[in-house]
Design a protein around this ligand. Structure first.
Ligand SMILES: [Zn+2]
Length: 465
């Protein structure tokens, strides 16, 4: 599978150059002017070539509830989400396709799906999402979402004595599902990697974390988790451990260079040092944090402390889209209001590096992905600089990051295979996908979540509302 992109604009130092790019067997093998055409020829004129971005945290099946979730903070929002979660494999399949397509068409070539599992059909859920990602051809990091405590355990007790129902599946049974998943589906060389992904300290025991660490060591798997998304979780960690969640996760050995942590909104300066020392990666999901009122993650502090940061959309029920360029834009300029010192503000070029190399580092693939250089895998995206939203001609990366680009992805390749051409996904029938999403849903406006009704009084009291 060889091709040569002719005369494409590439960022170099502080400027741009027009180069040809040769790709042979999925690998970039030359970047220079006036190269011979190897394989098929792609016209790169008036187009910008960048490494593919990572949508480094999402939950694909949340697509079914986007636009309808109530305005609630995370703990109550989750209760509503699970009261109406789709329990059907067909929907899992369609929303994984939809997540892949929207990620691709907003510059992403990799997706981390913290996948919600259908109880009793865990392996089938994973197999279904894997099939969808393979059909589209996006690089997928499937992170089956696991926990071993029931939902109410995620809310601090405060002064009260709380009893929580035991979780329906024992910890060891959950770990056995994950090990079986690894055996069946973990094929990084084919673009599908399995991650160990306890949902977070709020709903997971130390035994579950320990089992995940063991699997990570045994099979060299990356680790993924939510971390300190809300004030309530910060409080809960103190109740549960008598220290911060970060201190605890370090103590039990969960944090390392293969660990990506979604959100990280409520961390202390000491916590930030720990993330830096352990080389953990923060996945910034600014739209979700705004939508759920979780707060603004101190991303500029992370960067100054040397913590690797990348971006995610988070699930479409808390966003309510999967537009990665939008997440990158908001995730960059949001911090201009938190730090007066503009010298720390994130520039468009830094944002592009966070979205590409930052993701590759967090997923332990920085030697293979994340930048345009010879020897790297060809996960590439080519943007149409003649699109109305990228005109008139100024700084292409500035337009892409700070503007409101729509329909700007002309082509995308994953591992050298072209899966978007002329602005269209070539591997699946997107018109049919639209039809299926339409057919499997209906317009509605109001729902009543019984679990929200049940737990809201305690939540309000413990949070002092
Ligand atoms: Zn999430």
């Amino acid at each position: 599978m060889s091709f040569t992109i002719k005369n494409v604009l590439i960022p170099v130092e502080d400027s741009y150059a027009t180069f040809d790019v040769q790709v042979v067997d999925g690998t970039i093998c030359a970047i220079a002017p006036d190269l011979d055409v190897m394989g098929s020829e792609i016209n790169g004129k008036n187009k910008l070539l960048l490494p593919g971005f990572f949508n480094a945290h999402t939950h694909s099946s949340e697509m079914w509830q986007r636009g309808i979730m109530s305005m609630l903070p995370l703990e109550l929002w989750l209760a509503e989400l699970y009261d109406f979660a789709p329990l059907d494999l067909e929907k899992v399949y369609l929303s994984a396709l939809g997540t892949a397509v929207e990620t691709l068409l907003s510059g992403g070539t990799s997706v981390v799906d913290h996948l919600v599992l259908i109880p009793g059909k865990e392996l089938e859920t994973i197999a279904t999402a894997v099939r969808a990602y393979q059909e589209v051809g996006i690089r997928a990091f499937v992170a089956p979402l696991i926990q071993d405590e029931s939902l109410t355990a995620g809310i601090p007790s405060g002064e009260t004595q709380q009893n929580h129902e035991p979780y329906f599946r024992p910890t060891q049974a959950t770990l056995a599902v994950i090990e079986e998943t690894v055996k069946q589906f973990h094929h990084p060389e084919e673009g599908i990697s399995i991650l160990v992904a306890p949902t977070g300290i709020q709903l997971c025991s130390d035994a579950l974390f320990a089992g995940c660490i063991e699997l990570s060591e045994k099979y060299n798997l990356c680790r993924h988790s939510h971390l300190l998304e809300t004030k309530a979780q910060e409080k809960l960690a103190q109740e549960k451990y008598g220290c911060t969640a970060v201190t605890h996760l370090k103590r039990i050995g969960f944090l390392d260079y293969r660990t990506t942590l979604a959100h990280c909104v409520h961390l202390s300066d000491r916590d930030i040092t720990i993330l830096s020392e352990t080389q953990s990666t923060v996945v910034h999901n600014p739209l979700s944090n705004l939508r759920l009122g979780s707060g603004i993650a101190p991303i500029l502090k992370y960067r100054q402390a040397g913590v690797n940061v990348t971006f995610g959309c988070d699930g479409a029920s808390s966003n309510d889209s999967q537009d990665l360029l939008e997440a990158i834009k908001i995730g960059s300029i949001l911090h201009n209001v938190t730090d007066l010192d503009y010298q720390h503000w994130i520039t468009p070029r830094q944002a592009v590096e966070m979205a590409s190399l930052g993701g590759a580092k967090g997923l332990n693939m920085a030697d293979q992905l994340g930048c345009l250089s010879v020897g790297k895998k060809a996960d590439l995206v080519m943007y149409d600089l003649t699109n109305l939203s990228l005109l008139p001609r100024t700084d292409p990366i500035g337009l892409l990051v700070l503007g409101r680009p729509s329909n700007v992805v002309d082509s995308a390749w994953v591992n050298g295979k072209q899966i978007v051409a002329n602005g269209k996904v070539t591997t699946i029938d997107v018109d049919n996908l639209r039809q299926q999403l339409f057919n499997h849903s209906q317009w509605h406006t109001q729902r009543l979540s019984p679990t929200v009704t049940q737990i809201e009084p305690h939540y309000r009291s413990v949070m002092g509302l």
